[in-house]
Design a binder for this molecule. Structure first.
Ligand SMILES: NC(=O)c1ccc[n+]([C@@H]2O[C@H](COP(=O)([O-])OP(=O)(O)OC[C@H]3O[C@@H](n4cnc5c(N)ncnc54)[C@H](O)[C@@H]3O)[C@@H](O)[C@H]2O)c1
Length: 716
């Protein structure tokens, strides 16, 4: 053996061929952390020193090839500042160049997932052979950065400028056929033939039957396009990518500018340019937020994974009560992910509607070729619509999604408890009503939990699993496991009115109502909040949620938190609802809706809205977009901090993910806690104080004032 380290080993296979194998010890996958990179370099130097080596094949000892760099190291690295970051990637690049410059041909065998830094290592080889079971890509833009281990310098030289921009700016995973067609790899073979194929290619290169030196030289020189071609390629890419990414996601544009600047240079200069731009991307608040989000997502998965592990039983048969918007969606999602479900309603027409919606969603999948007609009918057969409780004895969990009325819900639960097995879980999809309160009067409150889905169920990733005072861990664990099986991201929260997400959403709506009361135009508020990054502003969101639903929920929240959520004035939403404007569902909310060419509701401002609300709003005046943002965000952030104080949610990471997955909080801002983190708690508290006259929702809670005083942070 030429070399053996904790990550890489170099073994002579005979005939001068060396296998450089990556098998990171103590890990299930290969990732390029700093230690692994140093090990790679040591192995390279051992190979370089051995005069007998004629060629190198790079392989993986895991089922993946390399999943990329180690994201957990990014936080500390990126905090070191632009200069240090650029130096760091230059050091890594020196290692990769040392490998690329070996005096013998190199081939890598890509057996599985090959992402980010993994693909960059593969690009440092002369040839790449890929298994049909593998995939490759540069997902870095999803973290607010772009390939910085030579990937953005080598890729345009290997597959051309247009293709390289597409790979790097979209971050999409590529299948082997695409990788081959575009020239990212030189051959694609069945998994069992991969090793032999890579070795055969290497032998051909060693024998001089392949001109590996010429192939390598292409990576070392400038990009092969003349000046005009280059200008056209980069300018048109910037227009397309810039338009798509928008100003909130700067990484793709930085990647392109870097590629353009480096295109006329040789490898080493191009790498220096890459390092400079990479460092610029790495210090953006977007990279900070998106890397934070990646870590938060991992933390959330770990937390729900450990809950699910505690689940002693598998949910084999589910039931849902109510075939409305939510019940229908829950039945569809359960069926799609393989859990049979009984859907019960009291109105036959509701059942028809629920089944019809599921059918429509599945037909679309068939049209797009994602599933076959047979799969569609198998899925539909997993939903059993019914008007009676006939088969409820065999059901493991019943998810209640009837109207948001505690009296109706309590009556339903009382009836249900007598009809189901003693160990059946009853889960309520209530959006606001306390789970502990709903459990009062139940014979088996330990089997009762909240399972709060978001609308539309098939699209929204979050499920809040709510633990009431008496909910047993076993019931929570089984519910978490079911939510995971349904393809959702469950977050376990403790009980209070509105739980986590709605408890922080309603103060945000309160901020919106206060703005309107004081004379802001709702379209201006929407515009400012959409600029801030929300997928839709609060007026539009109110229309989509349903304004009657929102008014009703606001009542529950006011009862739960009268000190700060009890309305002190008549707000615009209530006034509009009183005039029959319920939002998108009846075509009239803050905006009016009419179907567009594709039949989707298209909004337009409606003079009638202004007429209706004029009695409850001050004379129209302009607000600076910053003020609009602050007046909406401060109550939301304050309430989030109160939820942390009250231990409704366990960690800031889970809190942030809940907002991103539940209500589309702008991902590039990382969540409400990350928002405070980036701004600094002291500045946030100062900002909140400016609006003290607007009421208690604007008063920063102790957690935040303490953080402001001590400099303590949410994310260390
Ligand atoms: N719509 C949302 O955006 C949303 C989001 C999250 C949670 N929720 C919650 O989900 C629940 C349902 O909301 P929705 O929007 O689907 O309401 P919906 O009005 O669309 O549907 C409710 C359905 O329940 C049926 N129903 C009433 N009493 C019943 C009973 N005793 N047994 C069986 N079915 C009965 C009704 O016939 C109706 O079809 C509510 O608690 C709501 O707060 C709604």
């Amino acid at each position: 053996m030429l070399y053996s380290g904790p990550a890489f080993s170099a073994t002579a296979l005979g005939d001068g061929i060396v296998e450089l194998k990556f098998d990171l010890s103590g890990e299930s996958v290969n990732k390029l952390n700093q230690a692994a990179l140093r090990d790679f370099d040591a192995a390279t130097q051992a190979i370089a020193k051995d005069g007998g080596v004629k060629g190198v094949v790079v392989t993986s000892g895991k089922s993946v090839f390399i999943v990329g760099a180690d994201v957990t190291e990014f936080g500390a690295l990126f905090a070191a500042g632009e200069e240090a970051i650029a130096q760091y990637v230059l050091d890594i690049n020196r290692m990769l160049c040392r490998f690329e410059d070996l005096s013998v041909p190199t081939v890598c065998a890509i057996n599985g997932i090959c992402l980010g830094g993994g693909l960059e290592l593969a690009l440092a080889c002369d040839y790449r052979v890929m298994s049909t079971a593998a995939s490759a890509g540069f997902p870095e833009v999803k973290l607010g950065i772009f390939p910085g281990f030579g990937g953005s310098a080598r890729m345009p030289r290997v597959i051309g400028v247009d293709n390289a921009i597409e790979w790097i700016a979209t971050g999409a995973d590529k299948k082997p056929d695409v990788a081959l067609k575009e020239g990212a790899v030189d051959a694609v073979v069945e998994p069992e033939k991969l090793r032999d194929a890579a070795l055969a290619l290497l032998r051909q290169a060693i024998a001089g039957k392949l001109d590996w030196k010429a192939k390598r030289a292409e990576k070392l020189g400038p990009v092969k396009l003349n000046g005009i071609e280059q200008m056209m390629a980069f300018t048109s890419a910037m227009a397309v990518v810039g338009g798509k990414a928008g100003p909130n996601y700067p990484a793709p544009m930085l990647a392109i500018r870097n590629m353009q600047e480096g295109a006329t240079k040789g490898r080493d200069e191009a790498l220096a340019i890459e390092a400079k731009y990479f460092a610029k991307a790495a210090v953006t608040p977007q990279a900070n937020a998106l890397v934070g989000l990646f870590m938060a997502d991992q933390a959330v998965k770990k937390a729900s994974g450990s809950w699910a592990k505690k689940s002693a039983r598998e949910i084999k048969q589910a039931a849902v009560l109510g075939a409305g918007i939510m019940g229908g969606g829950i039945a569809y999602q359960s069926a799609v992910k393989g859990t049979p479900i009984i859907m019960k309603d009291i109105r036959p027409e509701a059942l028809d509607l629920g089944m019809g919606e599921a059918g429509k969603l599945l037909s679309k999948q068939v049209e797009k070729g994602r599933i076959t007609a047979e799969q569609m009918s198998t899925t539909l057969s997993r939903i059993r619509p019914t008007l009676n409780y006939g088969d409820f004895k065999d059901v493991d969990i019943i998810i209640e999604a009837v109207v948001e009325n505690p009296k109706v819900k309590k009556a339903v639960f009382a009836e249900l408890e007598g009809l189901v097995r003693d160990d059946a879980i009853i889960a309520s999809n209530t959006s606001t009503i306390s789970i502990t309160y709903l459990a009062e009067g139940l014979k088996r409150p330990q089997n009762f939990v909240g399972m709060h889905f978001f609308n539309p169920v098939h699209m929204m990733p979050l499920v809040e699993v709510i633990r009431g005072k008496q909910s047993a861990d076993a019931a929570v664990a089984a519910t978490v496991a079911l939510a995971q099986k349904m393809g959702k991201t469950p977050i376990v929260v403790n009980d209070c009115p509105g739980f986590l997400v709605n408890r922080v959403l309603f103060p945000y709506f309160a901020g919106f109502h206060l703005l309107l009361r004081d004379g802001a135009d709702f379209t201006a508020v929407d515009k400012a909040m959409e600029r801030f990054g929300w997928p839709m502003g609060p007026a539009y969101l109110m229309d989509v949620v349903g304004m009657d639903t929102a008014v009703h929920a606001a009542g529950v929240m006011a009862e739960g938190f009268p000190d700060r959520m009890k309305p002190e004035f008549e707000n615009t939403t209530s006034v509009l609802v009183a005039k029959g404007r319920y939002g998108q569902k009846n075509g009239k909310g803050y905006y009016s809706y009419a179907p567009d060419k594709k039949g989707k509701p298209k909004k337009s401002p409606d003079p009638e809205t202004y007429e209706i609300i004029k009695g409850v709003v001050a004379a129209r005046r302009e607000f600076a977009p910053e003020e609009i943002v602050e007046r909406c965000m401060v109550p939301m952030v304050n309430e989030m901090a109160r939820c942390l104080e009250d231990k409704i949610v366990a960690t800031p990471a889970e809190a942030d993910m809940a907002l991103i997955y539940g209500i589309g909080f702008p991902p590039f801002r990382g969540g409400a806690c990350r928002y405070v983190e980036q701004m600094g708690a002291a500045r946030f508290v100062e900002t909140a104080k400016k609006y003290a006259s607007l009421g208690k929702l604007y008063e920063p809670p102790k957690l935040l004032t303490d953080m402001a005083a001590s400099g303590r942070k949410f994310f260390g």
